[in-house]
Design a protein around this ligand. Structure first.
Ligand SMILES: *Cc1c(COP(=O)(O)O)cnc(C)c1O
Length: 487
């Protein structure tokens, strides 16, 4: 199976080439030319462990990888790096099942894809006889950066440069990144927001002159952002997994439909779920949950996507995004390349577009800061379960949806981060009295309150040496990259 462009269907690449390239040469994104169908019955899939399930799904998408190659990638990624043997636990709390995607090294869901992407990329480089050093350029709203650094640190033949909004990430997120080890890592704060970083990085990917210059020096760019199909495909796995665990736990019968709520920013996570549904997973409705930056909620309710609005800094920073890159893939699936290209041009020139077709099975909902905090408090008081701020946006949105529609379909809430990543905001939501306390003292208090130990990867993080101190203006990203790679 090949991958084609969202803006031009004549752009076509094998899976391994699409992973290496990250983005199409015209700025479009790669999409499977045809969605694969899961032919194995659920009754068979339910017997598999996470790695075996991953193989069943990845082998349908990455058809130019051999069985041996895929299994090596999967086994390298989903091992003891995860702090639970099942890799992704599903926990019942109150009226929902929670898919805990935060048991990897950086305690956020980005680990699910970024622990395997380096393996896929190395394999792809070998398959295609690539003789250049791969430079991973990554814009991050907080979590992708660290997960990508962790995945690519020390990987031979790869350099990684991460740009993060200097004032737009949580203290733990920032410490995780600036203390990153590895000679091939580079972390840069920018004076700007995530959208600024993402736009600059995308521009570099389509800058033929810069690419030519760097190619002569032996470098080729790729992306660890969810614009890379190699990020998206591994994420399809846990939607199947979550469904199958709900069945195992007796919450549903095999074949029964569920709803899935996803805290959304760049639309990468939920899109993987949408792929799973297209492959045959019994999902009725996806609830796309937004925070105050509710550009997606407005899009799904009105049909108009409009990024012309103030950028809000919230307690769920990884969702503080106004340009959701992966929506382009949905757009292309719902319409065609020609329409998609036009809409993307409108978005670039006017900051908005309107679509007259709707995804029947995706509904938008949102939660403001007060509702998000209330969701954390209520979930803790009623069930003793501590949600992180992003997952709380999802849970609050779900509660609103349920009240408004009366839809009582069994629901899976996709949990994207450990509450320890956002300790201060989570603890303050539980009780105002924590607002004045030190972040790291609060980690201990959270452990006592929740009965969940502080995850090993962030224990003592405040004492690690800061290795990355560079901060640049947002307009200097391209110049920085050129300079860094040629000096
Ligand atoms: C990245 C991230 C999100 C948003 O995921 P998208 O794929 O960008 O929609 C939500 N929550 C957390 C904790 C994240 O790190």
């Amino acid at each position: 199976m090949n991958y084609i462009g969202t803006r031009n269907k004549d752009i076509c690449a094998t899976a391994s080439k699409a992973i290496l390239q990250g983005i199409c040469e015209d700025g479009g994104l790669f999409l499977p030319e045809e969605m694969p169908v899961m032919k194995k019955p659920l009754s068979e899939l339910v017997q598999l462990d996470y790695r075996a399930l991953a193989y069943e799904i990845l082998s349908l998408f990455l058809t130019d990888f051999t069985e041996e190659e895929l299994k090596a990638c999967i086994n390298g990624a989903y091992d003891e790096k995860f702090d639970v043997p099942e890799i992704v636990p599903v926990v019942k709390a109150g009226d929902v099942s929670i898919l805990e995607l935060f048991h990897g090294k950086t305690i956020a869901f980005k680990d699910m894809a970024l622990s395997i992407l380096p393996y896929l990329m190395k394999t792809a480089a070998k398959k295609n006889g690539l003789d250049k050093e791969i430079v991973i350029l990554t814009a991050t709203s907080g979590d992708t950066g660290k997960a990508a650094l962790e995945g690519f640190a020390g990987v031979e033949g790869v350099k990684i440069i991460v740009f993060f909004p200097e004032d737009g990430v949580s203290p733990v997120q920032k410490l995780q990144m600036v203390t990153q080890e590895g000679d091939n890592t580079c972390v840069v704060g920018i004076k700007g927001n995530f959208d600024d970083a993402q736009t600059a990085v995308k521009t570099i990917f389509t800058d033929a002159v810069l690419q030519q210059e760097l190619a002569e020096k032996g470098f080729v760019f790729s992306s660890a952002n969810s614009i890379n199909i190699g990020r998206l495909v591994p994420q399809v796995v846990y939607y199947f997994w979550g469904y199958l665990q709900m069945a195992k736990q007796g919450e549903i019968a095999l074949g029964e439909e569920i709803n899935v709520t996803v805290p959304t920013g760049n639309f990468g996570n939920i899109l993987a779920g949408y792929f799973a549904k297209q492959m045959g997973l019994p999902v009725k409705t996806f609830l796309c949950a937004s925070n105050d930056n509710k550009v997606l909620y407005d899009f799904f309710t009105t049909g108009t996507y409009d990024k012309n609005r103030p950028f809000m800094v919230t307690t769920s920073p990884s969702m503080d995004i106004l340009i959701s890159s992966n929506l382009e893939r949905l757009l292309c699936l719902l319409t065609n390349q020609e329409t998609c290209k036009k809409r993307m041009e409108e978005l670039k020139t006017t900051g908005k577009y309107t679509l007259d077709v709707k995804a029947k099975d995706i509904v938008g909902q949102w939660a403001d800061e007060a509702k998000t905090a209330a969701a954390i408090r209520t979930m803790f008081e009623e069930n003793g379960y501590v949600l992180d701020t992003h997952t709380a946006v999802a849970y609050a949105s779900y509660e609103t949806y349920k009240k408004e529609t009366g839809d009582a379909t069994p629901t899976l809430i996709v949990s994207t981060a450990s509450p320890y990543k956002f300790t201060k905001d989570v603890m303050t939501a539980i009780d105002e009295k924590y607002a004045q306390e030190d972040f790291f003292v609060l980690m201990d208090k959270m452990a006592a309150l929740s009965g969940v130990a502080i995850p090993a990867p962030i224990r003592g993080i405040q004492d690690r040496p800061v290795r990355h101190k560079t901060v640049i203006e947002k307009d200097n990203i391209k110049a920085f990259v050129a300079d860094y790679l040629t000096k």
